[in-house]
Ligand binder design. Sequence first.
Ligand SMILES: [Ca+2]
Length: 81
Amino acid sequence: MKHPFRIFLLTCFLLAIAGSKAEVQSQTNCDRAYPDACIPSPPPYLHCKDIPYRNFRVLPPDPHRFDRDGDGIGCETNRRR
Ligand SMILES: [Ca+2]
């Protein structure tokens, strides 16, 4: 009767691995609004000071509002006025 218990343990082990992998994938989910940078979708909502990227492309709908002036570039370091 050892075998069924081992299979049970192995199944639990594999399920635990699959669960942790799914968690990592959701944490590294990159929002498609920011193709130049890997920024996860909100929530939580992020500000430019929360991310290491500057002057990256922003596509609609810009969920984090990194491109408030709407020129398609997020978190500009050199604003032309
Ligand atoms: Ca902008």
